[in-house]
Write a protein that binds this ligand. Structure first.
Ligand code: NAI
Length: 459
């Protein structure tokens, strides 16, 4: 499929974030001639403004909590101060090492990396400056950005996650608008660093996309940490001056703080790049696709946050790999949102995969959920965390959902997604030995119980 003519490619990838660079790497591995066009930095939101820098902040937050609570374990320690410049240096060190590594990967793979703003001029061409690149296939991978609400201007004391990642001082108080994933992660960081935090969430519970029992457990844990959650609370307006920012809610109440973090979702980046002119249908800026990530225009694909559904870096990776393999006629299996694992890195951590109990019942009829409390798990007791693992099975059928909360439980998502992804029966998992003492045993115990042979639990 290789063409010798300059600027003519098998695959043009517009956007060098998780979806785009994964597609370029896999395309190159498969012998396709590929150009990767990126206007900012290779690695996109995940590496520079999302997953990586936020998780570095959350790790620093965990270190602060450990120091503050040392006496609980007989280690007398305390937090003298949080040096945000040093935290940012640590965060940037992580990002820049990964960035260098990624640049190395891309240049070692025979990928033409094109630095500049790409504009789609037809289903097979992208203009970058005065250069026109031609591709047999075009992959749109332009990602997403923080969105705001009508009448809610970002600036001054009103931030999105983009600005919150670069704060050089810990605020005394923060209002977090939106109790979704970004909201609870930043609320957790700010609290660990010593700020007083109030979350405003329009829906009846925090992390509303999770199992209800997980939301309840998170709200309880946050309450214990001194984080205030105001659910069923809708934003009405905001005002700021030199001293503070004041938020008014629709019920007439007002709250003031040093900063307001807006975390009400992310919107697709697709305007002003020629998509519509090239005939690509968009829906509120998103690019709808079929299961094989094909847009309405033959030869044009879309991947990652641009495609309606979960907005997760690992979904982007999987999309990118899928499209490269589809272009290479390998007939890969579609990437479905339903079994994509989700981890929220607040303290306590939340990890889930598959269906909630209610969704499983609606789809499969008779289901059984078993909740194993971390109170019976040795390692969790050693760490001093509470929480649970809930496993949902179809009666006489496979496990279709796993939901977990507790310190470090994000690391347990690996086994959980294998179980759900492979349609395992609890009876398949029960004989597999889980190492002691690990938090992983909690997953083993839940499957043992569902298979009718509980060990450290009641049936
Ligand atoms: P989100 O959709 O998860 O949460 C936004 C929240 O804001 C919702 O709960 C919504 O009900 C609430 N909201 C909307 N309008 C409101 C209003 N007027 N007043 C009060 N509350 C209002 O979006 P979020 O947290 O901004 O994250 C964006 C995307 O990034 C998500 O898809 C998320 O999954 C992804 N992400 C994933 C992470 C991870 O995997 N650990 C980390 C951070 C983000």
């Amino acid at each position: 499929m290789t063409d010798e003519a300059p600027d003519i490619y098998d695959v043009l990838v517009l956007g060098g974030g998780s979806g785009g660079y994964a597609c370029a790497l896999r395309s190159a591995q498969l012998g396709l001639r590929v150009a990767l066009i990126e206007r900012d930095k290779l690695g996109g939101t995940c590496l520079h403004r999302g997953c990586i820098p936020t998780k570095a902040l959350l790790h620093a937050a965990e270190v602060a909590d450990t120091a503050r609570e040392g006496a609980r374990f007989g280690v007398n320690s305390s937090v003298e101060s949080i040096d945000m410049s040093a935290v940012l240096r640590y965060q940037q060190g992580v990002v820049s090492r990964l960035h260098k590594g990624l640049q190395g990967l891309i240049s070692a793979a025979t990928i033409d990396y094109v630095d500049g703003f790409g504009e789609v001029t037809s289903p097979t061409t992208v203009r970058v400056g005065d250069r026109t690149l031609t591709g047999r296939r075009l992959v749109l991978a332009t990602g997403s950005r923080a969105r705001s609400l009508p009448g809610l201007e970002i600036g001054g004391r009103v931030l999105t996650s983009d600005q919150a990642l670069g704060l050089t001082q810990v605020p005394t108080s923060v209002i977090v608008l939106g109790g979704g994933v970004i909201g609870v992660e930043f609320a957790s960081v700010f609290r660990s660093f010593g700020a007083s935090v109030t979350i405003i969430e329009a829906l009846p519970r925090l992390v509303p996309a999770e199992e209800e029992s997980i939301s309840k457990a998170l709200e309880r844990a946050f309450r214990k940490r001194g984080i205030v959650s105001r659910t069923n609370a809708r934003f009405a307006s905001v005002a700021q001056d030199d001293a503070s920012v004041t938020v008014s809610l629709e019920d007439g109440s007002t709250l003031s703080a040093d900063l307001l973090l807006v975390a009400v979702g992310r919107e697709p980046v697709s305007d002003g790049m020629g998509f519509q002119e090239a005939g690509v249908l968009t829906d509120r800026g998103f690019v709808p696709t079929d299961e094989r990530l094909r847009t309405n225009v033959p030869g044009v694909y879309a991947v990652g946050d641009l495609v309606p559904g979960l907005q997760l870096a690992h979904r982007g990776f999987a999309h990118g790999v899928f499209v490269a393999e589809d272009i290479a006629s390998l007939n890969p299996a579609p990437v479905l949102d339903r079994n994509i694992p989700k981890v929220t890195y607040c303290d306590p951590e939340i990890a889930s995969v598959g269906l909630t109990e209610a969704a499983a019942r609606a789809e499969h009829g008779e289901v059984r959920a078993y909740e194993y409390n971390l109170g019976g798990n040795g390692k969790s007791q050693i760490l001093g965390t509470s929480g649970f693992v809930s496993v949902v099975r179809v009666v006489d059928g496979p496990v279709v959902g796993i939901h977990m909360i507790g310190a470090r439980m994000g690391e347990q998502i690996g086994e959980a997604q294998l179980v759900v992804g492979w349609d395992a029966m609890p009876e398949d998992v029960a004989p597999l030995v889980h190492a002691h003492p690990t938090q992983n045993e909690a997953l083993g115990e839940a499957h043992l119980a569902l298979a009718g042979k509980p060990l450290h639990a009641h049936a």
